[in-house]
Ligand binder design. Structure first.
Ligand code: GN1
Ligand code: MG
Length: 397
């Protein structure tokens, strides 16, 4: 068991719940269902009567609800149109996944099934033009608020590896860009520099100075993956885009990873983004929302277990160049997310949902602290990659 993971079910302040992604809302008094939500849900091909509809999860972009209808549970979601320019493209990518079931049934992890509208469309628009879709709620599954032991870490690695192998066999040219520039770190860097220029000096001085220095010292990092792709060292592949821990569902014992959810950002990208992002999320065992950057650690034990699960599931899938870019990717993803949180703070919290002013700033500090801890342990991380991935790739080759 990893340090700090004791008493997993009793000590966590937010309990793990089915499809749970930490359902804080479940512990509040039930809120009467908004009738407009019920009318929306009724446009999809489900068995009435439609029961209660409650907020679900902690996503930072879309609005997500759980609803009961007939004897089934569903996930109703409004896609944030300020973030995703073309819901049609998301849906087209999702139908490509649905049309390429894994022939052996053993490789592809489960993904939520889409429920069409009564007219057979994959989504519905409300009166304001907002896009809504309905998915199955995967039963008997839980979300974990943290990784507690090596078994869970290996499962995370395996499920991501199985996903990559599965989508890796699909024709990448048929996947559209559902979120263009999603991991274009140099563009995020430019936008950050502009936001700094535009923000009032009082705000810039209020604790932002050291963060600006932190970013300035690492400007070169922003380019590394794009450069490796531009020069042909690493290729685009179909990626998940957002494989953070919240988006991996486990069985009720927390022993096996069953499903990958939140597939809006499935698109051509770099597997390094996915691996880096998954490690960024899972190896920071205090979570993105911890208030204290001093306590942030990149947990090597979790990293090792995830890499070993990924290596087992993928064997020789990654090339030696792919693997050589991973240490940079592991530093890059928390750097990128920190930049995104900080920029959003400077721009007035317009992108990520926040529960209070200053939240994005605190979250940026946590991501940057993670970058620093990764840098402190770069030798060990490099060694783990060698043991768990390079060796596996050579055995397969
Ligand atoms: C956002 O909405 P959600 O919570 O699935 C974001 C990810 C970040 C993540 C950090 C489309 O994901 O890139 O890594 O927050 N998604 C988008 O928690 O920007
Ligand atoms: Mg997401």
């Amino acid at each position: 068991m990893f340090p700090g993971a004791e008493n997993r079910r009793t000590k966590t302040s937010v309990p793990e719940v089915p499809n749970g992604i930490a359902l804080v809302e479940d512990h509040q008094a039930p809120v009467p269902t908004d009738p407009s939500l019920t009318r929306l849900a009724d446009r999809f091909a489900i068995q009435p009567p439609i029961g209660p509809i409650r907020p679900l999860g902690q996503g930072l972009i879309n609005d997500t609800y759980r609803l009961e209808a007939g004897d089934q549970s569903y996930v109703l979601q409004r896609i944030n149109s300020r973030v995703f320019p073309s819901p049609e493209r998301i849906m087209a990518n999702l139908s490509l996944l649905a049309r390429h079931p894994d022939p052996s049934g053993a490789i592809g992890p489960r993904i939520p099934r889409l429920i069409p509208t009564r007219e057979g469309e994959s989504f519905a628009r409300d009166a304001r033009g907002e896009v809504w879709r309905l998915m199955e709620f995967i039963p008997n599954a839980i979300g974990l608020s943290r990784i507690h032991d090596g078994q869970q870490g290996r499962e995370v690695g395996r499920v991501l590896g199985r996903f990559h192998r599965w989508v890796g066999a699909m024709p990448i040219e048929r996947f559209g860009l559902s979120l263009p520039g999603f991991h274009a770190t140099p563009v995020y860097l430019k936008r950050f520099l502009t936001a700094i220029e535009n923000s009032a000096s009082a705000e810039t001085s209020a604790g932002i100075g050291p963060l600006m220095d932190f970013v300035n010292e690492r400007r070169g990092l922003a380019e590394v993956l794009e450069e490796a792709n531009r020069t042909g060292r690493i290729a685009l592949r179909v990626t998940h885009g957002d494989p953070k821990l919240d988006n991996i569902l486990f069985d009720e014992d927390g022993q096996r990873a069953l499903a990958l959810i939140d597939l809006d950002t499935v698109q051509p990208g770099l597997v390094q983004h996915d691996l880096g992002d998954c490690l960024r999320s899972c190896c920071n065992n205090r979570g993105e929302g911890d208030p204290d950057p001093e306590r942030v650690r990149f947990d090597l034990g979790i990293c090792e277990s995830i890499l070993s699960g990924y290596g087992e599931a993928t064997g020789g899938f990654l090339t030696e160049n792919d693997i050589a870019c991973l240490p940079d990717a592991i530093r890059l993803m928390p750097f990128e997310l920190g930049l995104r949180f900080l920029t959003d703070h400077l721009e007035g919290d317009r992108y990520f949902k926040v529960d209070r002013p200053g939240r994005n700033l605190d979250k940026a500090r946590i991501q940057f602290a993670l970058v620093s801890d990764i840098e402190r342990q770069s030798g060990e991380i490099q060694a783990l990659i060698g043991e768990r991935l390079t060796a596996a790739a050579r055995r397969r080759a």
